[in-house]
Design a protein around this ligand. Structure first.
Ligand code: SF4
Length: 513
């Protein structure tokens, strides 16, 4: 009896951009008595169904974008006599779908870290429960991923998680509702263990796949002080101190290592934090800018962000501290007008951000926006192939609408075309080449150019492309681009690399008060 863990995808690129961390974490949660699980990331290569035998246990992780393929894999392996278990955010939100459409025997809701061994035991005994509630495990129980199972030369970036959960409450995001608003921060020791293990294996580019790398802002501390809430002040300061401790330890890692993360814009007001990031070689961060106007920010419950000139100043602050920004913008908000697109494109250039993504407003399950959208539609739901649009992930991709929420002044096609134009302008060859000045060597410039193009192609593939021909052509381009990039991103393995001495408890560079 073997355990299989599958990351479903319709499209396989042969090489991947970022390791799907959950595969390696659940591999670590698999009791050794069952042998090493077989890990299949279908973004690299499709599952070979002949490897699945009667009595095997197949764990499938699904999110909104890959449910159709996930359900197909589940049905087929069930026909082969395997036990089928679903997990991931989509299975957590819609467990019934996995049974109705995906041939599930069981569904794991929430975090799988703790509960996975029980699921395996029960399946092996032939008596699985229907639902397992993994809840939210404490950060001291996060498992270190089994990086020894990584395929050689599979990915450009490895992924390590340092904190789960986000204290904010953006209306388009499900993170704070699923992972919780209380940051669950891992110990420095556990994070460094994984990073060192990855560098030993030749991975020098690492994504810190956190919900929000900056869970405590200076304003949070000031507010707690104003309230005289001593317990809260201590809690916040401890979390902050641990961040600095981690970054200090990271700064002692090999100098060729490069990290990326995701952060809120408030970090721009925290010079000490940005300096620490720079020393830790966290060279890039995805910053959710979302909208460039005050009304737009209010519309997505993100009024802690800045707009206009203040926004440009905040974004430039990151670059001053050597942290490059991948700015994320949303189009299709009810406050957007035709001129918003031009203003956004202009601002992205003025603010000198290094990468950008321009996504079209989509109500994702588990978000406040989705709840409102579903409620507003009530019984008047449009159906496509018999599927209500409020279950759009079950509609074949070619037939899905490009925009779900009606806009007061623009039709979906206008929004799609204008969004496309902004992408094209930002990733135009000359503009990308100019931005490649942020790195020095010719090899690094070439890598920068290729990764910019890859980013553009991969997005066109899943987002705004109108037809399957264009999606197919984007996939092919992306496949070709990943080949040299995986080679460029690899480093010589350092099998003898040791952890920096005394990583836990090192005195951080600078701590508030
Ligand atoms: S969008 Fe970012 S800041 Fe907002 S809730 Fe989600 S993770 Fe937090």
């Amino acid at each position: 009896m073997r355990i299989h863990l599958i990351n479903p995808s319709d499209i396989s690129f042969g090489r991947g951009v970022i390791t799907p961390r959950w595969l390696y974490v659940l591999a670590a949660a698999t009791p050794r008595q069952y042998g090493d699980p077989l890990l299949v990331d279908e973004t690299l290569v499709q599952l070979d169904f002949s490897t699945v035998k009667k009595g095997d246990i197949v764990g499938i992780g699904i999110h909104t974008a890959n449910v159709l393929r996930g359900y197909e894999v589940g049905r087929r392996v069930r026909e082969l006599g395997a036990w089928v278990v679903y997990g991931g955010i989509h299975a957590t939100l819609y467990p019934e779908e996995s049974f109705e459409l995906g041939g599930a025997h069981a569904v794991v809701k929430g975090d799988g870290d703790d509960v996975w061994p029980t699921v395996i035991q029960d399946c092996a005994a032939g008596t699985p429960e229907t639902i397992y509630d993994g809840g939210r495990v404490g950060s001291d129980r996060f498992l270190e991923a089994r990086w020894d199972l990584l395929p050689e030369k599979g990915y450009m970036f490895a992924s390590v998680q340092t904190v789960r959960g986000c204290p904010k409450h953006c209306s388009f995001c499900s993170v704070w509702r699923t992972d919780g608003q209380k940051p669950r921060q891992r110990s420095t020791d556990a994070v460094i263990n994984e990073i060192v293990e990855l560098r030993r294996r030749g991975y020098r580019f690492i994504t810190l796949s956190d919900d929000n790398f900056y869970p405590v802002t200076l304003t949070d501390i000031v507010l707690a002080e104003k309230q005289g809430n001593q317990a809260r002040i201590t809690e916040l300061k401890t979390l902050r101190e641990e961040r600095f401790e981690l970054m200090e330890a990271m700064s002692q890692l090999p100098k060729d290592m490069v990290f990326f993360t995701q952060i809120t814009m408030e970090a721009a007001e925290d010079s000490a934090f940005l300096d620490a990031m720079s020393r830790a070689r966290i060279k890039g961060a995805l910053v959710g800018i979302e909208a460039v106007t005050e009304e737009g920010l209010k519309a997505v419950f993100k009024d802690f962000n800045y707009s206009g000139e203040n926004l440009v100043a905040r974004l430039k602050e990151f670059k001053k501290h050597n942290v490059h920004v991948l700015g994320s913008f949303i189009f299709g908000l009810h406050t957007d007008r035709a001129e918003t697109f031009t203003a956004t494109a202009k601002l992205a250039l003025e603010a000198d951000i290094t990468f950008a993504q321009f996504v079209m407003m989509t109500p994702f399950p588990g978000t406040v926006d989705f709840q409102k959208w579903e409620k507003d539609l009530g019984e008047n739901v449009q159906k496509i192939d018999g599927v209500p649009v409020t279950r759009y992930w079950l509609i074949p991709p070619d037939k899905r609408p490009k925009l779900y929420t009606p806009h007061p002044t623009m039709n979906p096609e206008e929004i799609r075309m204008r969004t496309q134009k902004v992408w094209d302008a930002f990733y135009e060859n000359g503009a990308v080449w100019k931005r490649s000045n942020c790195v020095k060597s010719m090899k690094a410039k070439l890598a920068f150019f290729l990764i910019s193009k890859l980013y553009r192609q991969m997005y066109a593939n899943t987002g705004i492309a109108t037809d399957s021909a264009r999606r197919k052509s984007s996939t092919n381009s992306a496949k070709w681009l990943t080949l040299p990039l995986v080679w460029i991103f690899r480093a010589k393995p350092m099998p003898d690399l040791q952890k920096p001495a005394n990583v836990a408890g090192v005195r951080p560079f600078a701590i508030l008060n």
